[in-house]
Design a protein around this ligand. Structure first.
Ligand SMILES: Nc1nc2c(c(=O)[nH]1)N[C@H]1C(S)=C(S)[C@@H](COP(=O)(O)O)O[C@H]1N2
Ligand SMILES: [Mo]
Length: 416
């Protein structure tokens, strides 16, 4: 498999030489003591000694793609470069409306007030004293999928999976159940909504139905075994499994309990879905079933016909993935992919499918179905059901096109 952007062996050697001249290999954090690349006979050279902090192989560097729009910004997970389901923490996507605040954990406080018996403030240490829980689940920005409405076909063909859908990542999160905290303050019976507020310069606020708190909402302080990254909400964020990323408020400082939604800017001017009826649907929290083939994908060129493994990711905010079907004939026929363990609820599932490419030009794609029987829609189905105006919750089937020369490009424009 060759890849236009892939570093060839020769380029790697050149890069190695560069690393050496810049002293990076000698003095790098990883402590590699070799001064020449490629490593000659590694059995004849003392290897690197242990270090306080690990690092990636210089041959396996990997980066997020960043978009900065003052004061707004995002970075995207390079989905095509990852294996399994966990996103390394330093590659988790980011979406900040007003940058990353630096919060002193010793001065951190979470206030819970409103329709409660005992308004309380919790320090970070207080939160860590409650029974802890861990859960592996995804976060997906509701604007994931190239911010284009279902009706438009202006997504470029030369787009990688990460550039298309990289506002999506999976981590193991640890914290305390929100229901535990709400019981502690004695949430009143008539409470039906609560406000979650962040302490960043955007003061992100969202109204969340009380049912989510009693169901599976978490207040988390750890990610993949260590404290949250600053960009993921250090020291504490709300985590609403399966719901649009925006509602998982980072740098969390306050919950206000109420009997009505608060109608904040983030749920009226934004994060609401205009429909073809002319009406706007609000509080469309759940991320629908979705899948994406991450390999082969643009910019890969398959060198010839034969067996190639189709590899990808599937997820649903409604529960577990039940099946992923693959079509290699433009959507005419479908065959089941193999789902890899673990298959967790509101989490990412890896799938593979052995494909015998006959050398002809075709469109190949995946389609996810979750345990509730909800299925990833085609563009036509999405347009029909939701109207053309919204770009939020874009989970339409994502086809890739392969030419007779093996070049793979994004194929949605061919379909619509
Ligand atoms: N306080 C606060 N919370 C926030 C945001 C923000 O800008 N401020 N961005 C939201 C959006 S739009 C998304 S998609 C997710 C992104 O989470 P991540 O940056 O950890 O991937 O955080 C949400 N929580
Ligand atoms: Mo988002």
């Amino acid at each position: 498999m060759s890849n236009k952007n892939n570093v060839s062996r020769r380029n790697l050697l050149k890069q190695g030489a560069l690393l050496v001249t810049s002293g990076l290999v000698m003095k790098g954090r990883n402590g590699f003591s070799q001064t020449s690349l490629p490593p000659v006979d590694t059995t004849k050279i003392l290897g690197a000694l242990p270090s306080e902090l690990g690092s990636r192989s210089p041959f396996a560097s990997i980066k997020r793609e960043v978009g900065r729009f003052d004061p707004d910004g995002y970075s995207m997970t390079p989905l095509e470069k990852l294996s399994g389901i966990i996103t390394p923490s330093d590659l988790h996507f980011e979406r900040h409306h007003a940058g990353i605040p630096l919060i002193d954990p010793d001065r951190y406080e979470l206030l819970i007030h409103g329709l409660v018996d005992r308004p309380l403030k919790f320090s970070l240490a207080d939160l860590k004293r409650f029974p802890s829980v861990s859960r592996v689940c995804f976060i997906e920005c509701s604007g994931n999928g190239y911010k284009t409405s279902f009706d438009r076909s202006d997504i470029p063909e030369d787009i990688t999976p990460g550039q298309l859908d990289g506002l999506f990542s999976t981590s193991e999160w640890t914290g305390v159940r929100l229901s535990t905290l709400f019981r502690e303050v004695g949430v009143r019976k008539k409470a039906s909504w609560f406000l979650a507020e962040g302490q960043d310069a955007a003061v992100m606020t969202r109204s969340i139905p009380m049912s989510k708190a009693w169901d599976d909402a978490l207040v988390v302080y750890a990610q993949n075994g260590e404290s949250l990254r600053p960009e993921q909400g250090y020291p504490v964020r709300l985590l609403l499994p399966g719901w649009e990323g925006n509602s998982s408020v980072k740098w969390l400082r306050r919950f206000e309990i109420s009997d009505a939604p608060f109608m904040t800017r983030e749920e009226t001017a934004k994060y609401a879905d205009p429909r073809s009826t002319g009406k706007i649907e609000m509080f469309t929290f759940t991320m629908g079933p979705k899948s994406l083939i991450t390999s082969p994908s643009y910019p890969i060129i398959l060198p010839g016909k034969g067996w190639w493994e189709i590899n990808g990711l599937a997820w649903s905010g409604n529960g577990k993935i039940d099946k992923v079907d693959i079509s290699v004939d433009g959507g005419k026929t479908w065959q089941p992919a193999t789902l890899h363990e673990p298959i967790l609820s509101k989490c990412t599932t890896r799938f593979t499918f052995p494909w015998h490419w006959n050398g002809k030009s075709t469109l190949f794609m995946s389609r996810a179905t979750d345990e509730n029987g909800l299925q990833q829609p085609s563009v036509a189905e999405a347009r029909e059901g939701r109207g053309p105006a919204t770009y939020y919750h874009n989970n339409v089937i994502r086809p890739w096109k392969i030419d007779t020369d093996g070049q793979i490009t994004f194929g949605l424009n061919v379909m619509v």
